[in-house]
Ligand binder design. Structure first.
Ligand code: FMN
Length: 187
């Protein structure tokens, strides 16, 4: 028998680390779990207006989105609790180093294996949040998580999801079936 739960929730979420530069070229990163893909090659993220990241994106109109990983989970969490507005050496403090993207004016975090490079298409202010929509213009992937046919090997990347109910990070696990394939046994 199913029970009704009154408090709304949606889970799990991806754990996205948003990389930006400020006006002086200082790199920053923040953790954003309220985001995802829309359409074929666009990303939409809901950002609080007071974050340094939000100001940096409005300034540069470009940013990166790296997937958080289990082996870097403490650093990924730290960039979600400290703000670059108050902690200018936020990245050094958690051991993140960066390399400037060759596609956008935004940093690629060296310690995270998969990073999407984005150019802003639209910023709208809704529900006291800035909804940033970006076009994917490039993707950087560590060689050791690329398959022989040139794709990201998700089984090796160590991605995590955010469990908004228990408020913890959970590892992405094994494949349980090929999409648009395993269900065909009912055809
Ligand atoms: C798991 C997690 C998920 C988060 N998701 C978001 C989000 O989607 N949008 C948002 O505005 N803030 C989110 N935050 C909060 C920001 O990461 C946090 O306020 C950060 O300090 C902002 O950094 P900045 O001011 O240096 O940009 C999240 C924090 C955590 C720990």
């Amino acid at each position: 028998m199913k029970k009704s739960i009154e408090k709304p929730f949606f889970t799990p979420h991806p754990v996205l680390i948003i990389g930006t530069y400020d006006a002086n070229g200082v790199p920053n990163a923040m953790n954003a779990a309220w985001g995802g893909q829309i359409g074929g090659s666009q990303i939409s993220i809901s950002l609080g207006a007071s974050h340094l990241t939000t100001a940096n994106i409005k300034l540069n109109k470009e940013f990166t989105v790296a997937y958080a990983t289990a082996d870097q989970i403490a650093a990924c969490d730290y960039v979600g609790v400290a703000s670059g507005n108050n902690v200018p050496d936020k990245l050094e403090k958690c051991g993140f180093t960066v390399t400037k993207s060759d596609k956008v004016n935004a940093p690629v975090i060296d310690q995270l294996p998969v990073t999407i490079e984005c150019r802003v298409l639209k910023i709208t202010e809704e529900f006291n949040e800035c909804i940033v929509t970006g076009e994917i213009v490039g993707i950087k992937v560590d060689e050791d998580v690329i398959t022989e046919d040139g794709k990201v090997d998700v089984s090796k990347a160590g991605f995590v999801v955010y469990d908004t109910v228990s408020k913890c990070y959970r590892a992405v696990g094994d494949s349980v079936g090929a999409a648009r394939s395993i269900g065909r046994k009912f055809e």
